[in-house]
Design a protein around this ligand. Sequence first.
Ligand SMILES: NC(=O)c1ccc[n+]([C@@H]2O[C@H](COP(=O)([O-])OP(=O)(O)OC[C@H]3O[C@@H](n4cnc5c(N)ncnc54)[C@H](O)[C@@H]3O)[C@@H](O)[C@H]2O)c1
Length: 342
Amino acid sequence: MSSFEKKRSVLITGGCGMIGSNLVKRLVKNGWDVSVVDNLWRGKTEYLYDDGKALIDLEQKFYNVDLCDPDACEKVIGSTDYIVHLAARVAGIEYVFENQSDIFRMNNLINSNVFHAARKKGKDRIKGIIYVGTACSFPYNRQNTLNPEPLKEEELFPAYPESAYGWSKLIGQLELDYLEKESGIPCCTLILHNAYGSPTDYGDRSQVIPALIRKAVNFPNEEYVVMGSGEQARAFIHVDDIIDAIVLALDKGWGKGYIQIGPSYCTSIREIVEMIVGISGKNIKPRFDISKAEGNKARCADYSKAERILGWKPKVGLEEGLRRCYEWIENNILEDGAKRNV
Ligand SMILES: NC(=O)c1ccc[n+]([C@@H]2O[C@H](COP(=O)([O-])OP(=O)(O)OC[C@H]3O[C@@H](n4cnc5c(N)ncnc54)[C@H](O)[C@@H]3O)[C@@H](O)[C@H]2O)c1
């Protein structure tokens, strides 16, 4: 790019979260002009640093805005060419099932405000919107057997997700479809399977992998309890693979409908536990608590559409990805402990 060419600009909503902060890092590296909006409900601005240096100018390019507020949302949407919309209330299964009405309302407000603001700016201003859906939106009855056939995008309907989270993310997909048809703004929805990586929340609201890693790091001070039977299985996907998919979609994903991102095989929680315990090197005997929610039985992705359209396939092996995530969480817990003892 010559120094006279304008950089492509992108606003990443939820840019302080796990996926968002990794995307900021990659797009800055690739020469994009990146802005971030996040209300820090779960993300952290410290995730926007690399080797002690801020990835973007936090004074000018970071907006601490709650996207549930339509006026505040309108002020930040439309200042960039592209929007990658990642902001959402997303959390571990216990939080999701105990806060269904709240999650439903928040995610619908966030999505609707972002899409409405984009529609008002129009296609002359906004060159494209990427949204991320979730595998939790697939019908419940397609996820209630072990060893299922990989899901295909067209199986989303007729819809019957298990949770309010799944419904809210699906309704966002529908709203974006209407927006695309009526406004002419090019759009793309990537349907993500279970993502993990770092930086990540590993506290009370965290998802299964970071929670299981935290318990292993803290063991024996924290009991190693696993929610559910351990038989439930998911298609786990490392955040680096998701970032590859989003970067490819910014180039080739427009107007192609829903594209699923995840591996074509399931891994049970019991297998994840065994791998994490192996990485910890500790003599941990897990307790499986079947009184706790474990969600759908199993699901995985037929990612042939992603392969065909984006040229995408997963690259990071589970063992390698878990090792990296373990190392990051362990370092953070040790640093936190050290800070508390100062
Ligand atoms: N992690 C997964 O397994 C997974 C799977 C499928 C889809 N997704 C989707 O990917 C996206 C990113 O997820 P993630 O794993 O990085 O989660 P995350 O919680 O790390 O990131 C979401 C970000 O949105 C922010 N946010 C929440 N409410 C907001 C609001 N009202 N206004 C502004 N910002 C707000 C949070 O502070 C957080 O930084 C979400 O849309 C999620 O639904 C995630």
